[in-house]
Design a protein around this ligand. Sequence first.
Ligand code: ZN
Length: 189
Amino acid sequence: MVLEITQIGHPILRTSCREIAVGELASPEVQRFIDDLIETKRAANGAGIAAPQVGKPWRIFVVEVTNNPRYPYKPDAELTICVNPEIEFLTPERYLNYEGCLSIPDLRGQVPRCPHIRVRALDRHGNPFGRVVKGITAGTFQHEHDHLNGILFPDRADPRTFSTWNEFALRHEAAVAQSVRQIVDRWGE
Ligand code: ZN
C-alpha cells in the first residue's frame, strides 16, 4: 500500500526514532510496513525513504536508485533495507551533495557528506550486516539516517544554495551532473 508522506512541519519529522527489537521486526505489522515503505518510495520516485516520513517513529530506512527521474544523474543503488542502522565515517573528506527530500516540497540544497562510510544494520529478517558505501550513494544513506534522528537536509545545508526544482533544472543540474560524474569516477558509486 502506498502511504501518505509526512511534510516538513509535522512533528514526527523532528523526532528521534526508536529501535525495533528483533521479535517486533518479525511481526506481520512491521513486515507489512516495510513492504509499504518500499512501495511508497517507488511510487514517489525517491532515492530513499525513512519510516518517520510515513508516520512511524522507527529506526528503519530503505535506499534504492534505478533510473530515477528525480535524480537522473545519480548512480544506481540496489534495494537496501536498514533496521537500527549505524553509520561510521571512514574518511575525513567531505563533498557537496545537492539534495532534495520527499518531505520538503520544491526545495534543493547543497549538503556536505562523507564519501566513504560503513553502514551496520539489521536486514528485514533481523540478520546483522555491514556494508561499505561510497560516493553519491553514501550521501543518500546519510540523508536517510539523519531522518531517524529528526534531522532534515536544510539543517545541514548552506541556505545560500537553496533552489527550487525548476531553478535547479535550469541553472544547476548540468554542473551538478558533471561534479557527480567526478565523484562516481573517484569513488565508484
Ligand atoms: Zn528526506
